[in-house]
Ligand binder design. Structure first.
Ligand code: PEP
Ligand code: MG
Length: 315
């Protein structure tokens, strides 16, 4: 009996009205694959490749990378796997990509900026991904971190296409990218919103600094307004908009994010069950109504309280 229960299929992410909201896993190593599969992840929404190389003193070879990506992709046949290119800098420094000391690394040469300054490393990573993709049958999507402009988007998507990648997108985690999401999504096949950094930059609150942690709250209407801009651009251009920051792991906020236009949610595997259960309680119309309440609140606490009150009224 217990065995049957443990292996019962887990239903895909969906709202009460049947609207599908794929629930994906955030991973930083192959070590998380089993947990993601056990939790019923419908794929991977964020594979943080820089975690593979935090201790490396020199850039990993194409072959070394290909092996790791192949292991990841082979675990998710036919499923979506979104791999993020090296996001080096600030909270995730890599010796071979961030050699300079910066006074303010969160606003320095990080993410795509660091890759662009070391284009050989960027080309090698894209090549390793394209080769692993050719050897497996997962649905590989690749994306660049810390994109700030449409020009950067064009640069990255052109290079990734040139090197054989098919589905190429960007992370939206800098306010400028959210505000110009329409221009960015003309070239990007999809956007994935990183709410951790988007909140940090919107609130001017260092995500590493405990003394400003109260400001690092993705419920803040300023953050939600930026999410809504990306959601609207995605809907208009028919491009998927995922969420891969920690905000997606908060069940009520996950409902709000779907109401703002998110088409998939990615989170640590441990959070999947609670988010899946909460989505089932609400229709898309309700999620949109909660989103409107949250966006028009005065602050993060009021946004959350308004959504909780609206849900209580339903019951
Ligand atoms: C984010 O910024 O929200 C994100 C998903 O990326 P990371 O936390 O790795 O910076
Ligand atoms: Mg980030």
């Amino acid at each position: 009996e217990r065995r049957a229960a443990a292996t019962a299929p887990i239903t895909p992410g969906a709202l009460a009205d049947g609207t599908e909201v794929p629930l994906l896993a955030n991973l930083g190593s192959a070590g998380g694959i089993d947990a993601a599969l056990a939790a019923g992840a419908e794929g991977v929404g964020l594979f943080r490749t820089e975690f593979l190389f935090l201790d490396a003193t020199s850039a990993p070879t194409v072959q070394e990378q290909r092996e790791k990506y192949r292991e990841l992709l082979a675990a998710f046949p036919k499923q979506k796997v979104v791999v993020r290119l090296l996001d080096a800098g600030a909270d995730k420094p890599l010796a071979f990509l961030n050699p300079e000391h910066e006074e303010n690394p969160a606003m320095g040469v990080r993410g795509l900026r660091a890759l662009r300054a070391n284009e050989d490393i960027l080309r090698e990573q894209l090549t390793a991904l394209a080769e692993a993709d050719a050897e497996t049958d997962a649905d590989l999507w690749v994306m660049a971190p810390m994109v700030a402009t449409a020009e950067e988007t064009r640069y990255f998507t052109a290079l990734a296409h040139e090197l054989g990648l098919k589905t190429v997108g960007v992370m939206v985690e800098v306010p400028s990218a959210a505000i110009t999401a329409k221009a960015i999504l003309r070239d990007a096949a999809f956007a994935s919103i990183g709410t951790n950094d988007l909140t940090q930059y919107t609130m001017a609150a260092d995500r590493m600094l405990g003394s400003v942690a109260h400001l690092q709250d993705p419920w803040h209407p300023a953050v939600l307004t930026l999410v809504s801009m990306v959601g609207a651009a995605g809907a208009e251009l028919h491009k998927p908009v995922g969420i891969c920051g920690e905000a997606a792991a908060d069940p009520l906020l996950a409902v709000v994010l779907v109401g703002l236009g998110a088409t998939s949610l990615s989170m640590s595997p441990a959070a999947l069950a609670d988010v899946r259960a909460e989505l089932r309680n609400h229709t898309l119309d309700e999620a949109k109504r909660f989103a409107e309440l949250a966006v028009s609140a005065d602050d993060a606490g009021a946004a959350r309280a308004a959504v909780i009150a609206a849900i209580a009224q339903k019951e």
